[in-house]
Design a protein around this ligand. Structure first.
Ligand code: SF4
Length: 427
């Protein structure tokens, strides 16, 4: 049969979709870009916060109302893991539900295909210039605002052999950058008793792929960055000095209510990274308007952002998620307008700081990985190619606009001539 797959949510869900696709294609089923031509409509949902759940339910309703009577509608992923009944109640027409990570169950339910298709290899998520390399799934941390451990269960590290094989497949498919992801990448190996598992893995991975591949680390946990990890990163020719460490807040008392590591641990981890890699590009995310967040606590967050001069900051207004401890905290909910104003303040400060970083690059030469398939042209008729430097992760950070017609995947060196808060221009 032909399936049409919709993926919602984060990069990790994109990887899960790829695994679903691999299982379906192995059973002989073929993807269909056109949903009307598909026999099966499959949705990989997100249930991370209430807004994401709402978006998932709305999409399922829409597909249900538009589909032909002989088209099947199956729903999988995080939302059906935690709220199957809600999905069945709100969209009774759904034919089948699956939890998170039930890739093989989906292929089993589909059974072998009755038809023979010329099926292309399952496209790796992000194939092209970059690819996500998922090293673990699930999470053992106690963060009070997060439903992920309930949805995905405890952290399970992937096998070395699987990770290295995935990395090689991505590179063979053309990837020039591997992005290490997992709910908490610094927990890698803890389930088999390893004390510094991520450092061990990165050392092996770095030696297993060519030197000109960029290896980028996402989702490190404060307090879990060891000196050895920073040292492996700084020595490896292909691990770029970039870390995304979601810190969630900069006030000790809020972190305590969130059941997150202390400020001391966050500061320690950041110091270790900066010391080993002075040019490191740091990305983080913060939640504003967490229950009970006072003006004083919010000021502490702003001071923390100023202190560490993060290259990139993402902020979210706290959104209560049913089934999490944060919803039963005695502290009062922060007024929506106050939370929105705080969000604006964080983003304004973070943008100013990002701009300081990009302005400091003017006149310097940077390495750029070209991402655009075709160069565009500016008003003067000059060719402009678009890429990224190691400072920018795809989808969330900035871009580099370079004069010249380059090919996708080229790595070039160019001088920065101008800077916006997130993007830079090169001659
Ligand atoms: S570390 Fe991340 S995934 Fe794990 S519980 Fe905390 S916020 Fe959720």
């Amino acid at each position: 049969m032909k399936y049409h797959l919709h993926t919602l949510g984060c990069a990790k869900n994109t990887v899960d979709s790829w695994r679903m696709e691999s299982a379906l294609r192995s059973a002989g089923h073929a993807p269909s870009e056109n949903k009307d031509a598909a026999d099966l409509l499959l949705v990989n949902t997100c249930g991370f916060i209430d807004d994401a759940s709402e978006e998932s339910v709305n999409l399922i309703k829409e597909l249900d109302s538009e589909r032909r009577s002989n088209q099947k509608l199956w729903v999988a992923g995080c939302l059906t893991e935690i709220a199957t009944e809600r999905v069945q109640r709100e969209v009774p027409g759904v034919d089948q539900t699956f939890g998170a990570q039930q890739w093989d169950e989906i292929a089993l339910k589909a059974g072998p295909s009755n038809e023979t298709y010329d099926i292309p290899m399952a496209t790796m998520p992000g194939t092209g210039v970059y690819a996500y390399l998922k090293i673990s799934d699930g999470c053992d941390r106690p963060c009070t605002f997060c439903i992920i451990p309930t949805i995905k269960g405890g952290m399970v590290s992937s096998e070395y052999s699987q990770i290295i094989a995935d990395a090689k497949k991505h590179i063979a498919a053309g990837a020039k950058e591997l992005i290490i992801i997992g709910q908490d990448t610094t927990a890698f190996g803890e389930d088999w008793g390893s004390r510094d598992g991520l450092a061990d893995l990165l050392e092996v991975l770095s030696g297993s792929v060519p030197d000109d591949i960029w290896i980028r680390l996402m989702y490190a946990y404060p307090g879990r960055v060891t000196k050895r990890l920073a040292s492996v990163m700084s020595r490896a020719p292909n691990i770029i000095p970039y870390v995304d460490m979601p810190l969630q807040h900069g006030s000790e008392s809020v972190l305590k209510r969130m059941k997150r590591p202390s400020l001391k641990k966050a500061n320690e981890s950041l110091s270790i990274l900066k010391e080993a890699m002075p040019d490191i590009s740091l990305r983080t995310t913060f939640i504003v308007g967490f229950p009970g967040e006072t003006d004083w606590e919010f000021e502490e967050l702003l001071d923390f952002i100023e202190k560490w001069q993060f290259n990139h900051v993402g902020a979210f207004n706290y959104s209560p998620q049913l089934g999490t401890l944060a919803t039963s905290l005695p502290e009062a909910t922060v007024d929506t307008q106050v939370a929105t104003e705080r969000f604006g303040e964080v983003m304004t400060l973070a943008q100013e700081i990002s701009h300081r970083h990009t302005k400091a690059l003017v006149g310097k030469s940077i390495d750029v990985l070209i991402e655009s398939e075709e160069p565009g042209q500016n008003a003067d008729g000059e060719f402009i190619s678009i890429g990224r430097s190691y400072r920018d992760a795809p989808e969330v950070d900035g871009l580099v606009f370079v004069k010249g017609a380059y090919h996708q995947g080229d790595k070039i060196s160019a001088e920065v001539s101008g800077a916006l808060p997130y993007d830079v221009f090169c001659n």
